[in-house]
Design a protein around this ligand. Structure first.
Ligand SMILES: [Zn+2]
Length: 97
């Protein structure tokens, strides 16, 4: 006499575990990283070395970057308002009495 767990169920075929060889429902078997179809007890998660960490490129330009408006480039002289003094401004200062 067939037991209920060994009986035929439409749409749920049997499958054989590639590792232990026991019979399970095919939809309960899992495909491993190695390609083997195994039961949940024999499932071996993929080794961590298979998925190395994602590395980013150092020194890559930032898209749509803007210069910091509060930073005055080196070598510039700024006035009391924090604005860089250009040659045009210097010419005006020198001409002033
Ligand atoms: Zn198994």
């Amino acid at each position: 006499m067939l037991q209920a767990r060994d009986s035929y169920i439409a749409g749920r075929p049997w499958g054989i575990c590639d590792r232990c060889g026991f019979k399970y429902r095919h939809d309960t078997l899992r495909k491993e990283w190695s390609g083997a179809l195994v039961c949940s007890a024999d499932y071996d998660p993929p080794p961590r070395d298979m998925y190395p960490p994602r590395l980013t490129v150092e020194g890559a330009p930032i898209p749509d970057a803007r210069p910091d408006p509060t930073v005055v480039p080196f070598g510039f002289i700024i006035d009391e308002y924090g604005l860089p003094i250009t040659d045009e401004n210097l010419a005006g200062i020198e001409d002033a009495p």
